[in-house]
Design a protein around this ligand. Sequence first.
Ligand code: PGA
Length: 248
Amino acid sequence: MRKPIIGANWKMNLSCDEAGQLYTKMSALSELESTVDLVVFPPQPYLALLSKMNGVAIGAQNAYAPDMFGAFTGETSLMQLKDLHVNSVLVGHSERRLHFGEDTDFLVAKANTALSLGIQVFFCCGESDEIRSNGTAITFVENQLEPLLHQLNQAHCPLLVIAYEPIWAIGTGKVPSLEEIEEMHAAIRALCSRYFDQASSDAIRIVYGGSCNATNAKSIFQLPNVDGGLVGGASLQFDSFKEIIDSI
Ligand code: PGA
């Protein structure tokens, strides 16, 4: 019913040449692939270059909102991204929350501004290992999402992708059990259905991120409430990323 979606989060990696070469390979792959939506999130300085290459969809790892222009040194606005045909943005990644102090109000404003411009939002959520161990992961993630869902315009549901990324799984090689992933995704799906009508909440895609790789992707993607993935480290090598896509 929902088309799967896979995001490649390159984070602050790759030289400009390497990014261009990897993007060219991924673009050739996406032309063959009609069963899955692909979005590449390159480092910000390469967005203009890749957008001119007219390949697979590109997204921004970050943006500033709600202001569109102004005295915000070092920031990139959503309007400037739209100018470059960048139609997706990551919001609320744990690295932004942790290292750059982005709080819920700021993240919700950013997500809503992006959606109102027609930009797809990958809204990231996920618990620390401490929260996972004390048994409150689901409540924690629900609390991260509720302020967003509360303000979300129902018409924007098809543009929303929720990325469940347990912090302790990001870049560590550790992955929750399949039962834990499915339990969390089902809880997120149930939460969405409390806010929107059936068709709208069904349109929201929920993807898994955190040490997703060529070995574990197939079993994760087969879970009923998993609609794809957000892949960091394993998206930096074409072969491993291709295997992940092939396993959807
Ligand atoms: P990882 O990163 O796949 O390297 O764990 C995922 C992410 O942070 O989006």
